[in-house]
Write a protein that binds this ligand. Structure first.
Ligand SMILES: *[C@@H]1O[C@H](CO)[C@@H](O)[C@H](O)[C@H]1NC(C)=O
Ligand SMILES: CC(=O)N[C@H]1CO[C@H](CO)[C@@H](O)[C@@H]1O
Ligand SMILES: [Mg+2]
Length: 298
């Protein structure tokens, strides 16, 4: 019995569009359904005003992911550059991110203190960063891993932390960079012992047990002739992304009135882009050089 049903549907449509147009013309809000009250069950997760909001992503089970996709040890520059590409995309797509810092399989994004994007709701910040990042990771994979197909979809967990002052935000970023240094120094010696001295992972771990940074530097230098300080900065310091004006050259078709025919011309214009830097953020020099990052209305 289709006819009565269709008729009912039509009535229904007519009625609802009547209500809708009446509401629009009178400028009043639609009547609330009796189910509306469930809205109040949503948690209020507004981030404290005037604080720095940090979203940190971390690759889910990336130890296994790196094995399966043959990441180079101790570091894989393709993987690090892909992470940075995704982070740049996140900064370009989303609002109000003033700086980002990444190392290994993690990236942190700092939203400006006065951001009112999505009314500062933590869940919106976190899910938008995580989903934009993860889809970019898959989208750009082939550009960085030409000979290595992506075997399964990677995931990233996210968390939101709110920092109340310049000092706590700087200490947060310093903490992540110190972590990068500790891990990278360890991994560099660990893999040199395995790859160049033929130790098993267990033996390498035992050899490094209880060693200090100076001891690790000494092993690298005396046994492998590696001066750790000469290792590439991207591995030792991680990657910072900040907004900088970049000159862009695009080729445009320009109509010249005299000849009335298309002419190709190079047009340069400057545009703000998230640019990678590999430098120390623990000392004051970086912050003195870039005061605009922490400024009130950055
Ligand atoms: C944070 O640092 C910036 C840049 O030095 C400064 O303009 C701003 O006033 C500082 N904010 C606070 C709350 O101290
Ligand atoms: C610090 C470190 O481990 N650096 C190595 C990272 O991997 C590249 C090769 O991809 C080596 O050249 C670096 O020495
Ligand atoms: Mg991880």
């Amino acid at each position: 019995m289709w006819a009565p049903c269709a008729a009912k549907l039509r009535d229904c449509w007519a009625a609802s569009s009547l209500i809708l147009s009446r509401c629009l013309s009178l400028g009043v809000s639609m009547a609330k359904s009796k189910f509306e009250y469930v809205r109040a069950f949503e948690a209020d997760d507004t981030c404290l005003p005037h604080c720095w909001v940090v979203v940190r992503l971390d690759g889910r089970n990336f130890h296994r992911f790196a094995e399966k996709h043959n990441f180079a040890k101790p570091n894989d520059s393709r993987a690090l550059h892909l992470m940075t590409k995704c982070a740049q995309r996140v900064m370009e797509e989303l609002e109000d991110i003033v700086i980002a810092y990444g190392q290994s399989d993690e990236y942190s994004f700092v939203f400006k203190r006065k951001s009112n994007w999505f009314k500062r709701r933590a869940s919106k910040f976190m899910t938008l960063v995580a989903s934009q990042f993860a889809s970019s990771y898959v989208f750009y994979w082939q550009d960085y891993f030409e000979d290595q197909p992506l075997l399964y979809p990677p995931g990233f967990d996210g968390r939101v932390v709110v920092y109340p002052s310049n000092k706590t935000l700087k200490d947060y970023l310093s903490w992540r960079q110190a972590d990068c240094h500790i891990n990278n120094l360890y991994n560099t010696v660990f893999w040199a012992l395995i790859q160049q001295s033929g130790l098993t992972p267990v033996q390498a771990q035992e050899r490094l047990q209880g060693t200090l940074a100076a001891d690790k530097n000494e092993i690298l230098f005396s046994q492998f002739n590696i001066n750790y300080n000469n290792e590439p900065l991207m591995y030792r310091k991680g990657t910072l992304l900040i907004w900088q004006e970049v000159c862009e050259v695009t080729v445009k078709e320009v109509k010249l009135p005299a000849e009335m025919k298309g002419e190709k011309m190079a047009v340069t214009k400057s545009r703000a882009k998230p640019v990678p830097l590999y430098c120390d953020i623990i000392g004051d020099a970086f912050w003195k050089e870039h005061p605009e990052i922490l400024e009130e209305d950055s």
